[in-house]
Design a binder for this molecule. Structure first.
Ligand code: CMC
Length: 391
């Protein structure tokens, strides 16, 4: 195998140089462009954080206003794109719809304005339209009338409006839920070279258009070991309750190597301590749930499970702590988001990170096409056997 290093899952490979997100897995540190995630969650908005990730600095007031105006201007979807939705089967998963629709956007908006531009039209279009697409997918899947965005609403409020407003029952905007969504999206906005971001970079490195690269990222995010974990956590908590499993039984299942079951929302490739995002999400969860009592039982099961896992030798030895997904599903449920839309919520949040990483890759003159090697384990040279002579 010569000089090729075997690194399954790329756990020890630095595949790029990046100035976007800093993570320290031992200490549980996460910073976007140097700013601690705790400060952003406390003070920033998702739109401002998106600008920070993509452009490197927080915007001044004028730039932030222009960004918000442009996000509002771009929020409508080309009417022809509505026909795409109508032809997906009703039960199609919204992640599959989203990745197809983002790829299709390229045909409608092929131009890409100067990559050095602070307010890049393509990026803003994507951030705005992906939100509209997600809400539209939900409305159409339910057979409901599509709700158009309102220019007077913030980015986060508009999403809830498009999801839940109806001509007969107007949606009552709730500032606490808008704040919770804002924090949820900030926490998900970037996470250095995770599976979906690596996918965006790998696909993008062939110099494919940004829509195709992002569509690959959305597909990568879909898996239950990655962005699908928030949906898997809720399904796990529900089945624990439905099947009447005790907490020790669940812990035993998670430890049993003959059982494929894993404790969803636990463990992380990089964090070997509590995920800093999970701490913030837990606080948001407590706040939101104090208003949505009907979700209390899921939260109680989650808290019992967390306490049992954290005091169990198996989880301690393997440094398995709750990750961001452990509590985020409960917060999304409290907002009324259906379970099959959870990963879509993650995708909307991660979009600025994917864009920032794709842009950084495109502007890096030293970056090469991604092309890992392998350790070949197959047959050595052998002769071709004609079909009649094969055993
Ligand atoms: N439950 C039970 N055992 C676990 C778990 C878990 N959730 N996570 C890891 N382990 C065990 C695993 O079986 C292995 O044991 P052993 O050394 O005896 O073979 C050891 O811990 C190391 O696990 P790994 O799979 O080699 O670690 P990884 O870095 O490849 O995987 C992970 C990281 C996040 C995929 C994994 O911890 C997992 O499957 N967690 C559950 C799914 C989940 O919550 N994913 C969301 C991740 S955070 C959101 C995001 O960024 O996508």
């Amino acid at each position: 195998t010569g000089l090729i290093t075997f690194d399954p899952g790329f756990g020890n490979t630095g595949s790029c140089k990046s100035a976007i997100t800093f993570m320290n897995g031992e200490k549980g540190i996460l910073r976007y462009r140097g700013i601690p995630i705790e400060q952003l969650a406390e003070n920033s908005t998702f739109v401002e954080t998106a600008y920070l990730l993509i452009n490197g600095n927080l915007p001044d007031r004028k730039t932030l206003t222009r960004t918000s105006v442009m996000l509002s201007d771009f929020s409508l979807l080309h009417e022809d794109m509505k026909f795409f939705y109508q032809n997906f089967p009703r039960k199609a998963h919204p992640m599959g719809i989203l990745s197809a629709m983002v790829n299709a956007l390229r045909s409608f908006y092929p131009e890409l304005i100067d990559l050095d531009e602070d307010l890049n039209f393509t990026f803003l279009r994507l951030i705005s339209k992906v939100r509209t697409m997600a809400a539209m997918a939900y409305k159409i899947s339910r057979g409901h009338k599509v709700v158009y965005p309102r220019p007077d609403y913030s980015y986060c409020a508009n999403f809830l409006h498009m999801m839940f407003d109806s001509p007969v029952i107007p949606y009552q905007m709730d500032d606490d839920l808008v704040d919770a969504l804002n924090v949820f999206w900030i926490l998900h906005a970037d996470h250095e070279q995770n599976c979906s971001t690596a996918a965006v970079r790998v696909v993008g490195s062939g110099k494919v258009n940004i829509y195709a690269a992002l569509s690959a990222g959305i597909s990568a995010l879909w898996g239950p070991l990655h962005g699908g974990a928030n949906q898997a956590v809720i399904q796990m908590l529900e089945s624990i309750q439905q099947e009447g499993l005790s907490i020790p039984q669940v812990i035993a299942k998670a430890k049993d190597k003959n059982d494929p079951f894993r404790l969803m929302g636990f463990g992380h490739r990089v964090y070997k301590t509590y995920d800093p995002r999970a701490k913030i999400m837990k606080k948001i969860c407590d706040k939101v749930l104090s208003r949505c009592k009907h979700l209390d039982s899921l939260l109680n099961t989650a808290m019992e499970l967390e306490a049992a896992a954290l005091s169990d030798a198996y989880f301690q030895e393997k440094n398995l702590y709750p990750n961001v997904d452990f509590y985020s599903g409960i917060v999304l449920r409290a907002m009324g988001i259906p379970t099959n839309m959870f990963t879509v919520m993650f995708a909307i949040g991660r979009l600025p990170g994917w864009i920032a990483q794709w842009r950084e890759d495109m502007l890096d003159s030293n970056q090469k096409i991604s092309r890992p090697r392998q350790i070949y384990m197959g047959e050595n040279i052998r002769d071709y056997t004609p079909i009649d002579e094969r055993p």
